[in-house]
Design a protein around this ligand. Structure first.
Ligand code: HEM
Length: 461
């Protein structure tokens, strides 16, 4: 069990930004290794992050230190570690300084880049966009957009991953921004795709012709567009039930509207948080259903019984219980966010080790989701792991694809909604098979995606 090493002083002022380095000697008592000189374990990790983590845990245990991407960090693995870090009862762990190195340049001041009181206040203001009335509005847009596109796919072969990526972008234009599909939303989508691609590019300087340069330009385009639009929406022009209109008119704790720059940053961040995660998880669910036709038939029967040939109604979302269980199982097997970083702001103890303030930390969601101590036969696709009884019997933090605690995914109900609408529309029209009839390899990092784009064959029922 985790305990605090000493009575909690106010948050340590020593580490206020992620680029302040901790002397690696402060971690020397924690088992682990730094790999070859200079590059450390970076390439071994990138080649196969899951095999790498499993090897480190087998050698050193569930708390180990590692050197990659130019610095040392401590990995804390398993459900107890997830609970300690995500719940963060003692306000030890900074999300801002954990995600900062990857996201600060392109997604500053997004919710995951805020901590504690400021984070809580902004999160409360943004939560209005996920209340039932706007959610019903998004649901209508999803039903319309998904029905049109899924019927246009038609029978025959297709690559599912790029198709669902494009569909999700188009849907976001309407639900997130309140824009009809057209040249303006196409430009926004392009700028957005460039911004996201830049957040994970290895070259971190915006040199000409690099992905980072395209990302920085994309971000500047989005910021300009949102800044102009906020003024319009606040004056009532184009204001609707979309997320952006909700954010533009949201009030903070003081009752005043959020500053324009903050609305811009929240909006850009939210689009990023929503996009590849939904694309990845919808693809993994389709992949597992193609591999398990018996589950595909079960979900089809459920969807048809609930919708009776109509669009899925908002009130009926909860009736798609088996669909939800299958989605949860897909999220277990291929979690879109396989690990989550934090930085310790104070000393703490875990697993028998004292971990000092300033240490970069990671929790490994993918490993926990495959650990036999929580998941017998972990590689088997079995949605029955998510019956209510089975969920109650398991450690609450053994399944955390949406994180937990203060930073738990704000859009998780939106994600369930989009995937349920997609399944209802897709399964009531087509049978899905893998085109090559073979195993599909997944690129594991940074957000899993199927190599080759997931080639499937849609056939009539
Ligand atoms: C299957 C789809 C999704 C998955 C697996 C997912 C996963 C996650 C995870 C793991 C976090 C927390 C990261 C951390 O604590 O370090 C997170 C945060 C967040 N997600 Fe999602 N997400 C998904 C979809 C969405 C969607 C659709 C939206 C918006 C509509 C969204 C918006 C956010 C936001 C705003 C945060 C930051 C919350 C905060 O820091 O308070 N996500 N998501």
């Amino acid at each position: 069990m985790a305990t605090l090493a000493s009575p909690a002083p106010p948050i340590a002022p020593r580490f206020t930004h992620w680029n302040q380095r901790l002397d690696p000697a402060a971690l020397a008592h924690i088992p682990g290794d730094g790999g070859p000189p200079v590059i450390g374990n970076t390439f071994r990790m990138l080649a196969d992050p899951h095999a790498f983590a499993a090897g480190m845990i087998a050698r050193y245990g569930k708390v180990y230190r590692n050197r990659a991407f130019g610095g040392w960090s401590v990995m804390l693995c398993g459900a107890e570690a997830n609970e300690l870090v995500l719940l963060d009862r003692d306000r030890i762990f900074s999300s801002e300084q954990g995600w900062g190195p990857m996201l600060e340049r392109l997604f500053p001041r997004g919710l995951m880049l805020l901590d504690f009181d400021k984070h809580r206040a902004d999160r409360r203001a943004l939560s209005i966009a996920f209340k039932p009335a706007p959610m019903r509005h998004y649901m209508d847009a999803l039903n319309r957009g998904i029905a049109a596109r899924v019927s246009a796919w038609g029978v025959g072969p297709m690559r599912f991953y790029p198709a669902i990526k494009e569909l999700s972008l188009d849907l976001a234009a309407e639900s997130f921004l309140g824009l009809p599909w057209g040249p303006e939303s196409a430009k926004i989508n392009r700028a957005f795709v460039d911004t996201v691609a830049a957040s994970v590019t290895p070259i971190r300087r915006a040199l000409p012709f690099t992905a980072m340069k395209r990302g920085v330009d994309g971000r500047a385009f989005l910021a300009g567009y949102f800044t102009r639009e906020i003024a319009k929406r606040r004056s009532g022009e184009g204001v609707g039930q979309d997320m952006f209109s909700q954010f533009a008119t949201a009030a903070g704790d003081s009752g005043a509207l959020l500053p324009v720059g903050e609305v811009v940053d929240h909006m850009i961040f939210l689009m990023m948080a929503a996009h590849d995660t939904i694309t990845s998880s919808a693809s993994s669910l389709v992949y597992y259903l193609a591999r398990h036709p018996e589950w595909q038939d079960t979900l089809r029967a459920e969807a048809m019984a609930v919708t009776r040939g109509h669009d899925l109604a908002y009130e009926d979302l909860a009736k798609l219980e088996l669909t939800e269980m299958a989605f949860k199982e897909a999220l277990r097997l291929i979690p879109p966010v396989p690990s989550m970083p934090r930085r310790a702001l104070r000393d703490f103890e875990f697993g028998g080790y004292r971990i000092p303030a300033g240490a970069g930390l990671g929790i490994n969601i993918h490993w926990t989701h495959h650990a036999e101590e929580y998941w017998p036969e972990p590689m088997r696709f079995d949605p029955m792991r998510f019956t209510r009884e089975a969920e109650k019997a398991r450690h609450k933090y053994a399944w955390v694809p949406f994180g937990g605690g203060a930073h738990m995914c704000l859009g998780l109900h939106f994600a369930y909604m989009q995937v349920k609408v997609l399944m209802a529309q897709l399964l009531s029209r087509y049978r899905i098979e893998l085109a090559d009839g073979a195993e599909v390899a997944w690129q594991p990092w940074p957000i899993p995606k199927p190599r080759g784009g997931l080639r499937i064959e849609l056939s009539p029922l």
